[in-house]
Write a protein that binds this ligand. Structure first.
Ligand code: HEC
Length: 94
C-alpha cells in the first residue's frame, strides 16, 4: 500500500516537469512536415528519425536550438515548432 502511493507521486512529478514545454502529444505532424521540408530536408532524409521517441528527440533538438548541443546547422525553430517537427519524425510519415 505504501509502495503504491509513492509511485503515483513520482508519475505526477514527471508529468508536471513535462508540462513546461509544449506537449508533443498534441503537436501537429502536418505543420512539422512543412517545417522539416523548409529547414531540415536539405541535410536530413525524410524518415531518418523514424521510430525514435518524440520526447527524446524534442529534448535533443531543443538543446541544439539553445546551442548547448552541437549540430552543423543553427536550429531557429521555437519550442512549438520543435514539437511539431519531432512529432512528424516520430510519426514515420513520408
Ligand atoms: C546544414 C545541414 C543540416 C541541416 C539544415 C539540419 N541538420 Fe540536423 N544534422 C546534420 C548533420 C551533419 C548531423 C550529424 C550526422 C547525423 O546524425 O546525420 C545532424 C544531426 C541531427 C540530429 C541528431 C543529433 C544527435 O546528436 O543525435 C538531429 C535530431 C537533427 N540533426 C535534427 C535536425 C532538425 C530538426 C533540423 C531542421 C530544423 C536539422 N537537423 C537541420 C546536418 C543538418
Amino acid at each position: 500500500m505504501h509502495k503504491r502511493s509513492s509511485s503515483i507521486v513520482v508519475v505526477i512529478a514527471a508529468t508536471a516537469a513535462w508540462s513546461a514545454a509544449p506537449d508533443v502529444a498534441h503537436a501537429d505532424a502536418t505543420a512539422g512536415q512543412k517545417l522539416f521540408a523548409a529547414n531540415c530536408a536539405e541535410c536530413h532524409e525524410r524518415g531518418e528519425f523514424r521510430g525514435e521517441p518524440a520526447r527524446q528527440l524534442a529534448t535533443t533538438v531543443r538543446a541544439m536550438a539553445a546551442g548547448t548541443r552541437e549540430h552543423p546547422a543553427p536550429i531557429t525553430l521555437n519550442d512549438e515548432q520543435i514539437a511539431d517537427v519531432v512529432t512528424y519524425f516520430a510519426s514515420g510519415r513520408k
